[in-house]
Design a protein around this ligand. Structure first.
Ligand SMILES: [Zn+2]
Ligand SMILES: [Zn+2]
Length: 272
């Protein structure tokens, strides 16, 4: 089994050394773990991210672990890039300049608000929800269209703290999400099934079971992730995530080699 999204303390809101994250992954019987630490650049707030200057040190640290653990677990080096149109040239340079195994793309900030943090609750309470939803989906579309990332992180993160939409509002957003999924399918960007949502009030992974089924219908490949910010959380919920993935109709998940996706058939027991 694998976990394609774990963090390091370089992002300033994770605990446990990278070595401790790998030991946790081995202890949980994982065959692969991918570091996907935050890279958030100005004009977005950068207080929960490594800096551009940190990247060489970060990648050296992960590559040392890759070599040290060779034969026992595959340790992949990647980034979770935060998309903003103004960051596009720098992000493109970063993604093309460094030796990365995988690039994850995320949208945490919508119209300057962090929709994923606790402060997101206040944002949603203070503002009408539809413009925020539309801005989130616009940014996701621009991210996918830019061909920057191999994997989309927490596809429906905007639902995390959002109020319940009316039937008509939900239909409007579902229709836009459907268009986004068509774009993702056309680009064959992988979508992560991220277990961190299971620890949130809504209690299911990102994407939600219905959105995951829609991903399967469109032929969008998926993989598993914990979004762990500490060693305890590495690979957590993997069995449940496999259940969601199989329930949605998937027969395979995706692994990455040098930013190239490879399909891996799931066996009857759910293990690849
Ligand atoms: Zn994230
Ligand atoms: Zn993350």
């Amino acid at each position: 089994m694998l976990d394609y999204h774990v963090h390091t303390p370089l992002c300033k809101h994770a605990t446990g050394t990278p070595a401790a994250m790998v030991r946790a992954a081995v202890a949980k019987g994982l065959q692969e773990v991918a570091f996907l630490d935050h890279l958030t650049l100005p004009p977005l707030p950068t207080d929960h991210s490594m800096t551009l200057k940190d990247i060489p040190f970060y990648l050296n640290t992960i590559r040392e672990l890759t070599h040290a653990w060779e034969g026992r677990i595959r340790v992949l080096a990647g980034l979770e890039i935060d998309f903003h149109p103004d960051c596009l040239p720098t992000l493109r340079t970063v993604c093309n300049s460094f030796d990365l195994d995988i690039v994850g793309g995320s949208v945490h900030f919508v119209n300057g608000h962090n929709i994923a943090s606790r402060s997101g609750i206040k944002t949603w309470a203070a503002l009408p929800p539809l413009p925020l939803y539309h801005a989130y989906i616009d940014t996701m579309e621009a991210l996918v269209d830019a061909d920057l990332c191999d994997m989309l992180c927490h596809l429906d993160l905007m639902d995390k703290f959002a109020p319940l939409l009316s039937h008509e509002q939900r239909q409007e957003i579902d229709s836009r999400m459907n268009n986004l999924l068509s774009l993702v399918a056309r680009k064959q960007t992988v979508v992560e099934v991220n277990g961190s949502g299971m620890d949130q009030p809504k209690g299911h992974p990102y994407p939600s079971p219905s959105l995951l089924a829609a991903c399967h219908e469109k032929g969008i490949p998926v993989t598993l992730s914990s979004d762990a910010h500490n060693p305890f959380s590495v690979g957590r919920h993997n069995q449940a995530l496999l259940g969601y993935i199989r329930q949605a109709g998937y027969k395979a998940i995706t692994k990455f080699y040098g930013r190239k996706p490879h399909s891996m058939i799931l066996t009857e027991g759910g293990q690849p």
